[in-house]
Design a protein around this ligand. Sequence first.
Ligand code: 13P
Length: 257
Amino acid sequence: MKKKWLIGNWKMHGNLAANKALIASIRAELPELDEGAEMVVCPAFPYLYQLAELTRGTGIGVGVQNVSDHLQGAYTGETSPLMVKELGGSFAIIGHSERRQYQGENDGLMGRKALAAIDAGLIPVICVGETAEERDTGRTHDVLARQLDAAFGYIRTAHDKIVLAYEPRWAIGTGIAATPEIIQAEHEFLRHRVAIRDKDFAARLPIIYGGSVKSANAVSIFSMPDVDGGLIGSAALNATEFVSIYRELLSVVSAAE
Ligand code: 13P
């Protein structure tokens, strides 16, 4: 059975005390991770080292929410994926829609960032997703194909070193997740698109869903055949919710075995 993923995107939340309390609560509710599902938390940059220390030996992975597309150099204000690696990070979210929306990131930059992350030994969590307007005007597949092709144009040989996340922008932070049927349809579309380049890669590629996932809707989403886990925003800041979502993911894994 393919490994499942639960990744918490903490966005621009947290502080030293709150982060420590959150990890302690997760550990209290879930002393051991199950080998069927990975758990990863992605704090804001300044807390990367703190989280690497707090999670040491727990099996919980740590990532960041963005990286530079360069490994080193005169790029004021940027953070190299090599620095992330050195400070204990193993993952980097790339191309999140909030970066596209507020920081003007485009498809090409996203591809270069994914490549830099891989070069530094990080696993990029590559985000794709359409806006409400793009969906309403029937352009969802064009947009997903464009975003995916831009990223995969750079990283075609990175077998087993990538997670793909489908995050429709209209479902992020709205409290209204996409329906399981929409999620399955778009994950299937993405997997087929990757299969055009490499069938074996497509079959093994984890495709996770993000956008208003909570414990109440987790099972219906995770039960879809092409859904390999979740990228969780607000619910990742609540230990009880995050652990419940993790347990729901495991329940789907064991039901499938
Ligand atoms: P919410 O779970 O808060 O909708 O956020 C999803 C997200 O953006 C994860 O990257």
